[in-house]
Design a protein around this ligand. Sequence first.
Ligand code: FES
Length: 104
Amino acid sequence: SNAKMHLADGGVQEIEVADGESIMRAAVREGVPGIEGECGGEMSCATCHVYLPSPWKEKIRGASDDERDLLEADEDATEDSRLSCQVRMRPEIDGVELTVVNAE
Ligand code: FES
């Protein structure tokens, strides 16, 4: 499967993501700028912040309370915000388009 990552510089980087793999892991492996994944997916760093807009966001499970709490601490957060370590590839979101949110 693949995901298209919209970057801070306006470019788009397409990455390969295995089913069941988190977007963060795939993005780190492929060197997507702005996705650090510092905590390894433990929901404590928010360096994997992305915007996941409609219609994609409705196709997968929403953010847990812990994820929402961490995102709310980020001033760039919107209702489309997700931690990409918590978003796993599924056939339903093959081709998903995400925007990388750079941590300050
Ligand atoms: Fe740290 Fe997602 S990788 S919160």
